[in-house]
Design a protein around this ligand. Structure first.
Ligand code: NAD
Length: 358
């Protein structure tokens, strides 16, 4: 039976960029006879406006049934003053936790055509192709107890709990090893095992799990060194696996190595490989409604969806090749524009990718 996709455009530039990604999905669906069906739903500010909450139970139920979810982005100043419990971002956290999306994959891939857009020297970043695997459902962002309390001397104290169970480490470790098998066969596990017991266990469990993947090379690195190595010699990495907080920080640093947030897709997967796919950037309210946003991160999210949830790697390759071709042709949205290139709108970039696929 054909696969079914739930599309959540979200807010701000969401509808504009998702429109182009869906056009690309429609084209490959026909070309490769994939039999994919789609439906649309609301999440974020648009859902608050329509239903009073960022994610309704009905939309969540449809998300559970779908094979994959394509998301634009959520949020914007219109909803910033609402009570924290019903802000747009709550919809995102809810769908991640309810669907058990614990593995966040963020590739940092530098297209050779955009090497000038990076803040690092071309020789340091050209050919860069890293995959960061971040644990998304545990660690210090979720650990209990947490809070702000008043001590006996009247002073306030903030506290959080950093913990990972063996099973949580094993499932994210497996994701990293499996990904490395499809790439260059190297995993670097990032921790702070010299200071934090939680990550001493992380390192031990990664070593034990490695016995199941003897064909993959495993190394360990402390997070402070990893931050340094990412800007010094990022090409040494293939797959980098780490916990929620370290992954949050390192994946943003890795993203900027590629020069533009408008180019970076992401995937958040559950234990069966079902997932939600979205660009790494937000809803960009400053440029919403102007048809100037870069749709390529969302188009590349469709490609990740085909690769990881729909098991169609050849189709994913075709989309990535089409994106490479439009960059070769010199088409650039404003965020990646440099002199001498052809500046295009959101929809013109979509046109160019569709033409490259045809
Ligand atoms: P942002 O990523 O939306 O924007 C940062 C800057 O990058 C802006 O100048 C924006 O114009 C630019 N930019 C982002 N995407 C672009 C694209 N595709 N093409 C061209 N330029 C692009 O981050 P922000 O401004 O901090 O946040 C705006 C809103 O998005 C906030 O409400 C925030 O909460 C939300 N947000 C949502 C997500 C998500 O849905 N996953 C992620 C991050 C931020």
């Amino acid at each position: 039976m054909g696969k079914h996709i739930l599309i959540l455009e979200g807010d701000g530039i969401g509808p504009e960029i998702v429109r182009e990604a869906v056009r690309v999905l429609d084209v490959v669906n026909r070309q490769f006879n994939l039999g994919i069906t789609t439906e649309h739903g609301l999440m974020g500010g648009c859902s608050i406006d329509a239903h009073g909450v960022p994610l309704t139970d009905e939309t969540l139920a449809r998300a559970r049934k779908a094979d994959a979810i394509l998301l634009g982005a959520v949020g914007g100043p219109k909803w910033d003053k609402l009570d924290r419990a019903i802000r747009p971002e709550k919809g995102l956290l809810k769908i991640r936790s309810q669907l058990g999306l614990y593995a966040n994959l963020r590739p940092a891939l530098l297209y050779p055509q955009l090497v000038e857009a990076s803040s690092l020297k071309p020789e340091v970043v050209s050919g860069l192709d890293i995959l960061i695997v971040r644990e998304l459902a545990g660690g210090i962002y979720f650990g209990e107890p947490r809070g702000i309390r008043v001590l006996e001397n009247g002073e306030r104290e903030g506290y959080n709990t950093y913990k990972y169970s063996e099973s949580e480490i094993i499932r994210i470790g497996r994701t990293a090893f499996e990904m490395a098998r499809k790439r260059n066969g190297k995993v670097c596990s990032v921790d702070k095992a010299n200071v934090l017991e939680a990550t001493m266990l992380w390192r031990e469990v990664m070593d034990e799990l490695h016995k199941d993947y003897p064909d993959v090379e495993l190394s360990h690195m402390y997070v402070d060194n990893a931050a340094m190595q990412l800007v010094r010699a990022p090409k040494q990495f293939d797959v980098l696996v780490t916990g929620n907080m370290f992954g949050d920080i390192l994946s943003d640093a890795a993203a900027m190595l590629t020069g533009s947030i408008g180019m970076l897709p992401s995937a958040s997967l559950d234990k069966d490989g079902r997932g939600m796919y979205e660009p790494c950037h937000g809803s960009a309210p400053d440029i919403a409604g102007q048809n100037i946003a870069n749709p390529l991160a969302t188009i590349l999210s469709v490609s990740m969806m085909l690769r990881y949830s729909l098991n169609e790697p050849a189709v994913a390759d075709a989309i990535e090749a089409a994106v490479g071709k439009v960059l070769d042709q010199g088409y650039r949205t404003a965020d990646i524009y440099t002199e001498g290139k052809t500046k295009v709108s959101t929809s013109q970039m979509g046109d160019a990718v569709v033409a490259a696929l045809n």
